[in-house]
Write a protein of this length. Structure first.
Length: 88
């Protein structure tokens, strides 16, 4: 984990961008010794957002399963797909 002061960002923006991209990790920015913001490359942010969306979807589906929603085995899905393909 990289920690820098908010002043570092203001004084050396290009250097902070380069560092964050090279390390492919966020930089935690502090002001007066307290955490304030996180600075990270857009591709890393997009990747984390995609991971969070996937985890949220998996959680939703698991909650539905535990609540009694019908589930299907891989064999049932395969048979349904094969039947649909035969119909065409």
């Amino acid at each position: 984990m990289m920690i820098r002061s908010a002043t570092s960002l203001r004084n050396d923006y290009d250097g902070m961008v380069r560092l964050s991209k090279e390390k492919q990790e966020p930089i935690y920015l502090t002001r007066n010794g307290e955490g304030e913001m996180v600075f990270l490359p857009i591709d890393l942010w997009e990747k984390r957002e995609a991971e969070l969306s996937l985890l949220a979807e998996l959680l939703r589906r698991e909650q539905n399963r535990l609540a009694g929603s019908k589930t299907y085995s891989a064999e049932e899905i395969r048979a349904d797909v094969e039947e649909l393909l035969r119909e065409d």
